[in-house]
Design a protein around this ligand. Structure first.
Ligand code: FPP
Length: 240
């Protein structure tokens, strides 16, 4: 933590939390056991991110494609989500963290929607960090949804540019992530924030999500700080 340059922090970090199932398997347990331990990793990572000064943290908690998992696992994940939000709202308040969500939230069971809305409402004035949960989220869904709404609003082709399009995405009030982390040794984007990660630095770690802690987050931030972000320019142009 001491090695991190506080003046060069990513404002927004996005994480694909992967490997819960494999973690459980290595322990001879059911997948749900992995998800339960995944919640511990969520707690430590959220606290660690707020502590170091990250302003936005987005966690990919449930993808549109995850609805295709066995019903039992989907139900267990939804139950876990409800109980985690319920239990952790206090932690969010204590840490001055605002909760928000992106995705096709209306697809979630009504209990989960209510719990989520309550926590969002309760934490809405918190200012230290915004925790964004991606739930029933997929980037293609989001982009198509944006296009549909643009058409519904009767926008003209000439009115559409990066800035106006951005306003139709579920992330409209969140800056693009500078850093995207994926755990469990998989090197894929899996339909996550496709528009928003155009210039993000990607960081992959073999650590399975339930083992991930704030120290792993800090390692990723240090790695990010040692990269040169050129945005299409040359090194010489950046030094001017
Ligand atoms: C990926 O592991 C993880 C998920 C699909 C769910 C993530 C959910 C949590 C950590 C718990 C609830 C979250 C919050 C925000 C309270 P996987 O099942 O794909 O693992 P595998 O690739 O090893 O099978």
């Amino acid at each position: 933590m001491e090695e991190i340059d506080k003046d060069n922090l990513p404002k927004h970090i996005a994480i694909t939390m992967d490997g819960n199932g494999r973690w459980a398997k290595t322990k001879g347990k059911l997948r749900v056991f992995g998800h339960k331990n995944g919640v511990k990793a969520v707690r430590d990572t959220v606290e660690g991110a707020a502590e170091i000064g990250i302003k936005y943290l987005t966690l990919y908690a449930f993808s549109t494609e995850n609805w295709n998992r066995p019903e039992k696992e989907v139900n267990a994940l939804m139950t876990l989500l409800v109980s985690a939000i319920n239990k952790e709202t206090k932690t969010l308040m204590d840490n001055n963290i605002r909760l928000s969500a992106i995705g096709d939230i209306e697809k979630l069971p009504s209990k989960a929607q209510t719990e989520l809305q309550e926590a969002i409402e309760k934490t809405k004035d918190n200012t230290r960090m915004t925790l964004v949960l991606a739930l029933s989220y997929s980037s293609r869904w989001e982009i198509l949804n944006a296009v549909r709404n643009i058409i519904k609003d009767g926008k003209k082709a000439e009115e559409i540019n990066e800035t106006t399009f951005q306003q139709y995405l579920t992330t409209k009030s969140v800056p693009d992530p500078e850093l995207l982390i994926r755990t469990s040794g998989e090197y894929r984007i899996s339909n996550f924030l496709l528009w928003q990660i155009a210039y993000s630095e990607l960081y992959f770690t073999d650590t399975l999500w339930p083992d991930f802690r704030r120290t792993d987050l800090y390692k990723a931030i240090l790695n990010y700080q040692n990269r040169e972000r050129r945005f299409g320019k040359t090194t010489e142009q950046l030094q001017k």
